[in-house]
Design a binder for this molecule. Structure first.
Ligand code: ADP
Ligand code: ASP
Ligand code: MG
Length: 439
């Protein structure tokens, strides 16, 4: 079984949906995972925000605008009367449902139900379109098998079981399902966080031990630097799971932050491909020995650095454990850490419990925080025997103030923390220093 995931731009207009058909219409058994049409999830977030602030007038206007856009999509997508009618009815049903949320109390549960509408609509539209073209397909409801547990982590065993039941119920060769959406441990509608359709695809691929997971998007693979910020980036044709996992986690938006993990766990290769340029080689992520090189650079914004300075750290054991326990209590992951004899600096990207965390850390010593920091992650092969890479990296960053450095934590990652104001300059400087000669 092949898993193919198409992102928002790949289903972003009737033209794009029409161009998608040749990519999925062959004899191979496959599950096609679809995102919402681009812009839809953002629009749904805005509707939910208006409803949170009890502005139902604004929400209704936003719902009407989105509905009008979808009515046009239906007109442009279908040519046969019966399908035009089915499409119109589909849109009416989903938007009547959306409007029902403007009448009653609004909580996080309603918000999640609203956010799910984008993927429910896009998959139904593509399913109908395939039917109009005479291509049989089966619509698999992701809400029947995608599960997260009480810690909001995907439950791979439950997903595998549920998926096998669904596949048995509906025999076929071409399955379509929704990315992003799932049910939580209470059975409520939930999601895998923004960009989560990639995660759906890798979870399905891992659950079924499939031969390959393909992530189809709007760029020809994982580039060696962030193409939104740096010019002249280029695709990396092959990389290891570890490298891809680090890049995704540290900000390479082409992949959801944790989506590489299920594929890595079950050793299912992941291929990144471009819908606008299907013949391009893209990137193959697989189990392969790391190559002797600097592979790529990514950057993660919204980081808070916390520095704890304490005389008690001097010659004390158990100090770091007590510090980490504070973060554990507030379920706040730590990304980077550096220590000296009298101080420790670490970073978090979830500031939700920052005030409580600071209050508890102040029991150990003085605490200083810096918001708006960026982790720049340089991924490659940095084993202990390699020489010269650190020098290359820091030569490139010679003019940039660096707040923290992490080297040696893993063999394939060097991270530096800079103020977000210096991110663009740092990414460009690293591009010139690390990749220019290889061009
Ligand atoms: P989709 O809607 O298909 O999921 P995304 O917008 O989530 O697509 O991801 C693709 C985008 O990721 C690209 O258009 C590109 O701007 C951005 N991106 C950021 N870093 C990288 C990188 N290192 N390589 C490729 N694309 C990247
Ligand atoms: N539609 C969701 C989002 O925009 C999920 C995804 O596209 O991957 O975040
Ligand atoms: Mg995405």
């Amino acid at each position: 079984m092949l898993i193919l995931k198409f992102g928002g731009t790949s289903v972003g207009s009737p033209e794009r949906i029409k161009k998608l058909v040749p990519l999925i219409d062959d004899a191979r058994d496959k599950i096609v995972v679809l995102s919402a049409m681009s812009g839809t999830t953002n629009a749904l977030v805005e509707i939910a925000t208006a409803l949170y602030s009890r502005d139902s007038k604004k929400a209704n206007a936003q719902i009407a605008a989105l509905e009008a856009a979808y009515k046009q999509v239906v007109k442009d997508l279908f040519s046969k009367d019966a399908f035009l009618k089915m499409g119109e009815q589909l849109i009416r049903n989903h938007f009547d449902h959306l409007r029902s949320f403007t009448l009653d109390m609004f909580t996080a549960n309603e918000e999640k139900a609203i956010l799910a509408q984008g993927e429910l609509i896009s998959t139904a539209l593509v399913h109908y379109y395939l039917e109009e073209k005479g291509i049989p397909s089966v619509l698999l409801p992701a809400l029947n098998f995608m599960r997260i547990d009480e810690n909001e982590e995907p439950d791979l065993d439950a997903i595998e079981k549920g998926l096998r039941v669904e596949l048995k119920k509906h025999p076929g060769h071409l399955f379509i399902t929704q990315g992003y959406i799932c049910r939580n441990s209470f059975g409520e509608i939930d999601n895998l966080k923004r960009g989560g359709s990639d995660y759906t695809a890798t979870l399905i691929g891992a659950a079924l031990h499939s031969q390959e997971i393909q992530i189809w998007t709007d760029i020809d693979g994982m580039h060696n630097n962030d193409p939104r910020i740096v010019e002249n980036t280029r695709p990396v044709t092959q990389m290891s799971f570890d490298e891809a996992a680090e890049l995704a986690y540290f900000g390479a938006k082409i992949l959801h932050p944790t989506c590489v993990l299920p594929a890595q766990k079950r050793k299912v290769p992941v291929r990144l491909l471009n819908t606008m340029q299907p013949e391009a080689k893209g990137t193959l992520i697989s189990e392969q020995p790391p190559q002797d090189r600097i592979t790529a650079i990514a950057a993660k914004d919204g980081i808070t650095a916390i520095n704890i300075r304490s005389g008690r750290m001097l010659l004390a054991y158990g100090f770091l454990r007590s510090v980490f326990e504070v973060f554990e209590r507030y379920r706040t992951p730590i990304d980077m850490i550096t220590t000296s004899e009298v101080a420790v600096s670490l970073t978090i990207d979830q500031p939700k419990h920052l005030p409580e965390i600071i209050r508890e850390l102040e029991m150990f010593g003085s605490v200083q925080t810096d918001r708006d920091q960026t982790i720049i992650c340089i991924v490659g092969s940095f084993s202990g025997e390699k020489k010269g890479y650190a020098r290359k990296i820091f030569d490139a960053l010679a003019t940039i103030p660096i707040r923290m450095i992490s080297y040696g934590g893993s063999e394939n990652n060097v991270s530096v923390l800079v103020d977000t104001r210096f991110k663009k300059e740092a990414l460009n400087a690293l591009n010139d220093g690390l990749f220019a000669e290889a061009l």
